[in-house]
Every structure is written in C-alpha cells, then in structure tokens.
Design a protein around this ligand. Structure first.
Ligand code: DAH
Length: 339
C-alpha cells in the first residue's frame, strides 16, 4: 500500500504538461472527486493501526505534491502564454521577408549579354576611373581633337589626366592590349558625362560595348550581327545604317531599327518616323588597332556601342531616365515578375 503511494509521488514529480487541458486531466486523476487521493483516503480505515501514521503521512505528502504540481504547471503555462502574447515566436524574422526584384538596368544588361553569348561573345570589364589614353588617345581621339567635345568629361586629375570614363569603348582598348585576335567580347558598364540631368539625359548611365576582331572581318559581318541582335532583343528585323562619325571607327554608322507606327506611343518615341536610333557602330579604325598592338594589315574588326537606359526605356516604356536612379520602391517593384 505504502509502495503504491510512493510510486504515485514519483509519477507526480515526473509529470509535465504544455496545455491547460493536460493539467486539468492530471488534477482530476489525482485530486478529483474520483481521483487517486479520494480512493486512498477511503482505504485509510482498512490500514492496520500500527501503519496508520506512516500511511497518513504518505498520502498527505502525495496530496501536497500533487497540488503544488498543478499550481506550478499553471504558473509556468501562464508565463509562456504571456511571453508569446508579448514577443510572439522569438525565432521568427522580425519583418516578413519580401522578395526583391532585379533592377531594370540589370535585366536589360543580362538580356544583351545572353544574346551575344549565344554567338560566342565573352563579357569583359574595365575600370570606371580611367586614364586619358584608354578613354581618348588610343581611340584615335588625340589631345585637342575637336571630337573630344562630343563627350563632356568629369576630370579627377589633370596632367596626367585621370577621369571618369565617358564610354565603355575604353574597355575595347584594354581588351586588345591584353588579347590577340580572334576577339569577340562585349563590355557592359557604367559611364559618366558632365551633362545636365533631365528626363532624357543623365550624368551617369550605362553602355554595352561590342568588339569583334579577326582576319577578314567585313562590314557585312557587322550588319549580320546587328540584324541578329535586333531580332533577338526587340523582335524586329528591319534595320537601317546611317553614315555617321566616330573617331575610333571608319566607316562609322548609326543603327536605327524600324519600330513601327501602330500606336500613339510609337509616334511619340519615333517622332512620327517609325525609326528609332539604338546604337553607334563601325569598322575599327586601323589607328586604334595599331595603338593596341594589333597588326591592321593582318586583322580587321567591327565595334558597336549602345546605351542600356535607352533600350530599357523602350522595352518597358519608361518615360523618364531619372527613375532608374531614384530607387523608388513603387518603380522597382514593377519588375518583380521579370526574370
Ligand atoms: N562610344 C560611343 C559613344 O559613347 C558609342 C560607340 C559608337 C561605340 C561607335 C563604338 C562604336 O564602339 O563603334 O557614343
């Protein structure tokens, strides 16, 4: 009999519960009107007299332990409930984690890279802080050349000139200085010009430069590459090449794509002509090849350069270039569904 009581005391001590219901069931089992204690008390009269004292102490002890257990479990449960109410689940992140989106400049840049990767172009990069040689002189733009006026420059140091590159054509020079033909590379990157900021132009923007040098490269190769690109990028296969001038290419051309005149926006962005200018290009001037230690009697090549913002504005119908740099979440969130 006594052993049974001691066993129950051990059971009570070992008991634990996480919910109100479990505690209540426990209370009923030990302290309820049909519980163990009630039964034990009713058996008290059958206990031999000489054992009554010890048995009585044991069941009183069981009663006390059981009551204390119920009280302490209730307090512990109240505490955790209260803590949960105040702090919630402490292991959870404090804010819901929102899925971000890629910046439209990155989206378009990656798309351009992907299109050229497919025809064997690698990606190369160069520094944004450049010297005069790589940004101008090696590209057939010697000091005092009037064509330098085409690109208002931010100078960092004078004599020797250190500046923020005005175009990614500087990467062409770096690439040719370090690689021999065949060369097929595109160079995306940020460029800087000392221009007033408006809806159409900014002092910081992005370009992708393309360069292809090998034996027997002709203008026809350039045109075919441009056709492939415009088709893949815009789904348009009508282009025209207008004669133009860049010091680093000869001959040089401006590439227009036929955008069409279906909507009012088409009229607006093409100024009623249906044509849109998207990049500059040409055959690399032999002087540039010589400057970069490539023999112009053996090799020829073409180059092109385009503005990423301009293309992103066209593809996503973005009316103001400044939106790219404001980091307004309402603007950026719109690109969530684009991969
Ligand atoms: N660097 C020129 C610019 O920033 C763009 C350009 C035109 C790059 C013709 C070229 C090219 O490689 O062949 O306006």
């Amino acid at each position: 009999m006594l052993d049974k009581v001691n066993e129950l005391i051990d059971e009570v001590n070992a008991f634990s519960a996480d919910t109100k219901e479990e505690i209540e069931l426990f209370r009923i089992k030990y302290l309820g009107s049909k519980g163990f204690l009630k039964q034990l008390f009713s058996e008290f009269k059958n206990v031999p007299n000489n054992q009554k004292k010890e048995f009585g102490q044991a069941i009183n002890n069981l009663k006390q332990v059981a009551e204390e257990k119920v009280d302490s479990l209730k307090v512990a449960l109240d505490n955790t409930t209260e803590q949960k109410r105040i702090y919630g689940d402490l292991t959870r992140p404090s804010e819901p984690i929102e899925l971000g989106s890629r910046h439209p400049i990155s989206l378009v840049k990656n798309q351009i890279i992907e299109v050229f990767n497919r025809i064997g172009f690698t990606v190369s990069e160069g520094p944004e802080i450049e010297d005069d040689w790589h940004n101008f002189t090696a590209l057939n733009l010697p000091e005092y050349h009037p064509a330098r006026d085409m690109q208002d420059t931010f100078f960092i140091e004078k004599n020797p000139d250190i500046l923020l590159r005005t175009h990614t054509s500087s990467v062409q020079v770096r690439y040719m200085e370090n690689h021999q033909p065949p060369i097929r590379t595109i160079s995306p990157g940020r460029v800087y010009r000392n221009e007033d900021i408006s809806a159409r132009s900014h002092c910081i923007f992005h370009q992708v430069e393309g360069l292809y040098i090998d034996t027997n490269v002709s203008f026809a190769d350039l045109k075919q590459t441009l056709l492939y690109f415009t088709k893949e990028m815009f789904g348009k296969s009508k282009i025209r090449l207008r004669p133009s001038y860049f010091p680093f290419t000869e001959p040089s051309a401006e590439v227009d794509i036929y955008w069409g005149l279906k909507t009012e926006t088409d009229y607006k962005i093409t100024k009623g002509t249906g044509w849109l200018e998207i990049m500059g290009c040409g055959m690399v001037d032999p002087n540039v090849l010589t400057n970069c230690n490539i023999d112009p009697t053996k090799y020829s090549g073409y180059a092109f350069g385009m503005g990423i913002e301009r293309i992103a504005m066209l593809l996503y119908q973005i009316p103001d270039i400044r939106m790219f740099y404001e980091n307004d979440k309402r603007f950026l969130e719109q690109f969530k569904s684009v991969i």
